[in-house]
Design a protein around this ligand. Structure first.
Ligand code: HEC
Length: 127
């Protein structure tokens, strides 16, 4: 519950940021309601990655930098392209579905999402 409220608050903050190259608020929508936002029968990221702390840890384990949008985007792109062993099967459903802008926004959200998830999730991800 707390997390949901914090996420909403963070979403409101994002919305106040003027439209830039990357739009984390849109990224959040893409993350939580991927199917609705894209209009294709794909899984919602949040269904498997509700624990953002764990997702950020995964990115780190793949050699990415969870605080760097360019790096996060690269890891995500590799996963979708199937060049990343492990997540290939799950991520293949997104091949040809996302536009460059979608990936930019998703990465921007994942980078900032730590603000609304952080300690508890990070702690859980470590155990
Ligand atoms: C059906 C479940 C599922 C969905 C839906 C899903 N993922 Fe994943 N994701 C996984 C699994 C499983 C892994 C790999 C976990 C591991 O390697 O330990 C993963 C790994 C990742 C990684 C780490 C890179 C890698 O290759 O391991 C990123 C980044 C990621 N997912 C982002 C996303 C995003 C963004 C979405 C929505 C567009 C999404 N995922 C949707 C299950 C899912």
């Amino acid at each position: 519950m707390r997390t949901a409220v914090a996420a909403l608050a963070a979403g409101a903050l994002f919305a106040a940021v003027p439209a830039a190259a990357q739009d984390p608020a849109r990224g959040q929508t893409l993350f939580t309601n991927t199917r609705g936002a894209i209009g294709k029968p794909v899984g919602n990221c949040v269904a498997c990655h509700a624990n953002i702390g764990a997702l950020r840890e995964m990115i780190r384990n793949r050699g990415g930098k969870p605080d760097d949008a360019v790096s996060v985007r690269r890891v995500l792109q590799r996963a979708i392209d199937g060049a990343q062993p492990g997540a290939a099967g799950v991520k293949a459903q997104y091949r040809g579905v996302f536009k460059a802008k979608d990936l930019d926004d998703l990465a921007a959200y994942i980078v900032r999402a730590k603000l609304s998830s952080a300690p508890r999730h990070e702690a859980l991800a470590q155990r």
